[in-house]
Design a protein. Structure first.
Length: 187
C-alpha cells in the first residue's frame, strides 16, 4: 500500500530547531538512502498521525510512503524507525529508508491468521498464542508483501505453525529460521 506524504526541507542545526518544529505541529524526519548521508526533512504531524491511525495494526513496516517535496520530486520509502513521546505516545521523529528499485531491502512483514473461530484447539478449550508478530524478510521493493496469512483451523492444543508453513513467494527470502514457531495453541 502506498501513502503520499508531503515533506519539507530543514536544517538540522540543533535540538532546539526540532523542538520548535514539534511545537508548531510538525514532526522532524530523516530520509536515508544507501551510501548517502541522511537528508533532513519535516512533515505535518496531522499527516503522519492520520496514516498511522488508518493503518491496520502491525502494517506500518510494509507501508510504502511516497515522499513529495515542494519541487515535486517524489521518493518512495518505508519507515526505518519511529520514535514516540513516552508520556503521550505522539510521534516525535521518523526515519525513512529510501527504496531503490534494484536494491534489496529488509522488511518486517506482519502475520495474520484466518479461521481463528473455527480453530480445533480453541474449540477444545485452548487459546491461540501468537509467538511472532512479524517475519523479517529480504526482497526487492517491488516484491514487498503487505502481510502473510496462516490458516489456523486445523491446529489442536499443543500444536504449532512455523515459519516454514507460511507461503512465502520465491522472490522473498526469510531471514529467520524456518523452524521458528509463529503461532501455537496452548491450554
Amino acid at each position: 500500500m502506498d501513502v503520499e506524504v508531503e515533506v519539507f526541507s530543514r536544517d538540522a542545526k540543533n535540538k532546539g530547531e526540532a523542538k520548535k518544529l514539534r511545537r508548531e505541529g510538525y514532526v522532524p524526519c530523516v530520509v536515508y538512502s544507501a551510501g548517502a548521508v541522511g537528508e533532513n526533512y519535516y512533515i505535518k504531524k496531522v499527516a503522519i498521525d492520520t496514516v498511522i491511525r488508518e493503518l491496520e495494526f502491525g502494517f506500518l513496516p510494509t507501508t510504502v510512503f511516497v515522499l513529495k517535496n515542494q519541487a515535486g520530486k517524489q521518493r518512495r520509502a518505508i519507515v526505518k524507525e519511529i520514535q514516540y513521546k513516552v508520556t503521550s505516545y505522539d510521534v516525535s521523529h521518523v526515519d525513512f529508508l529510501e527504496l531503490i528499485a534494484d536494491r534489496k531491502v529488509n522488511v518486517k512483514v506482519p502475520v495474520q491468521f484466518q479461521n481463528v473461530i473455527d480453530c480445533v484447539g480453541v474449540k477444545a478449550g485452548g487459546f491461540l498464542r501468537q509467538v511472532l508478530q512479524h517475519v523479517q524478510v529480504r526482497c526487492l521493493p517491488k516484491d514487498i508483501p503487505t502481510h502473510f496469512t496462516i490458516d489456523v483451523k486445523d491446529i489442536d492444543i499443543r500444536q504449532a505453525r512455523r515459519v516454514v508453513d507460511i507461503a512465502i513467494p520465491k522472490e522473498v527470502i526469510s531471514l529467520i529460521k524456518p523452524q521458528d514457531v509463529v503461532v501455537t495453541v496452548v491450554k
